[in-house]
Design a binder for this molecule. Structure first.
Ligand code: FMN
Length: 303
């Protein structure tokens, strides 16, 4: 009853792990899968290792957290070893990659084609070092080049992950669709945001600015999914502030075929996946929905 399909890839339920939270090792991703997620997205990685920013890199605020990790990762050679140890049986493994140029993305795609089920292009991190991250996803021309270079090299479906930090998210969504993206995930963190330590009169994060995630960004994520659903024909994966089954239903009604969960794991633990699956099934039975498919986009049309 809970199964769904994203551009031909079967998910046994609509829940997956969002990039960057518990996605650095095979053991943590296998734990998430055992806890009820149908898929996992790895932490974003690049060709070469990156150390990211100094601590503090995350801070709690009302409604969520602000982070500026700086896309720290051990590089593709090391990351491949983790990806190969993830249990792919009846699970979907998605690698999140980032780079600065179309060539870097293309090389990364070639490195991992054989060991994952889908590839998510992180063109949307708001606190990445110069040239990486949201500066790509805010530029239609560069996004087009990166998505099409990745698609040319890819043997598995390619998802472009969008930033909400733009004037009109539908423009970049349409650009990524034109460039050949098989699906879109949205949204990456919102911002930049800042928290100031009033005892020392300084921003808390070492990078000063960071991206906001958690409950507070959900209404923005839902509205972005709703708008993008009306602008493109490829499937959408909703992400941003999902804590319970009601949140998942909102995203599906807005147009998402599946969803990703990140910050809620820090508050609720890994059981969030099984709890949502159980509650979602009860909701569907109570309301008479027979499949996720028949619920997608129901909030559209009719006045
Ligand atoms: C600590 C942290 C690290 C993150 N790292 C990544 C990352 O490496 N790549 C990426 O695409 N998104 C990253 N994100 C963004 C999440 O995948 C997600 O888009 C965002 O947090 C909104 O979802 P949430 O409210 O469920 O956390 C990160 C988020 C957090 C909180």
């Amino acid at each position: 009853m809970l199964e769904t399909n994203v551009c031909g890839v079967h998910f046994k339920n609509p829940l997956m792990l969002a990039a960057g939270i518990m996605g650095s090792t095979a053991s943590s991703m296998n734990w998430i899968l055992k806890s009820g997620a149908a898929g996992v997205v790895s932490k974003s990685f690049s060709l070469k290792p990156h150390s990211g920013y100094h601590n503090p890199t995350t801070v709690s605020v009302d409604g969520g957290i602000i982070n500026a990790i700086g896309l720290s990762n051990p590089g593709v050679d090391n990351f491949k070893e983790e990806l190969m140890k993830i249990n792919r049986e009846n699970n979907v493994v998605i690698a999140s990659i980032y780079g600065a140029t179309p060539d870097e993305f293309e090389t990364l795609v070639c490195e991992i084609n054989d060991i994952v089920d889908m590839i998510e292009l992180n063109i949307s991190c708001p606190h990445a070092m110069e040239g990486y991250g949201a500066s790509i996803g805010q530029d239609c021309n560069l996004s087009h080049k990166i998505v099409s270079a990745s698609k040319d090299a890819a043997e598995v479906p390619v998802i472009a992950k969008l930033t909400p930090n733009v004037t009109d998210i539908t423009e970049i969504a349409k650009t990524c669709e034109d460039a050949g993206a098989d699906a879109l995930s949205l949204i990456n963190t919102l911002g930049p945001g800042m928290k100031i330590n009033i005892d020392v009169a300084k921003p808390v994060l070492s990078n000063k600015f960071g991206g906001m995630s958690g409950k507070a960004i959900k209404p923005i994520a839902v509205s972005n999914v709703y708008s993008v659903f009306e602008a493109v024909d490829i499937p959408l994966i909703g992400v941003g502030g999902i804590y319970n089954f009601e949140d998942v239903v909102e995203f599906i009604f807005a147009g998402a075929s599946a969803v990703q969960i990140g910050t809620a794991i820090m508050d609720k633990g890994v059981d969030v996946f099984s709890t949502i699956n159980d509650d979602l099934e009860v909701f569907m039975k109570t309301k008479g929905y027979g499949s996720i498919d028949e619920m997608i986009g129901l909030a559209h049309g009719g006045d």
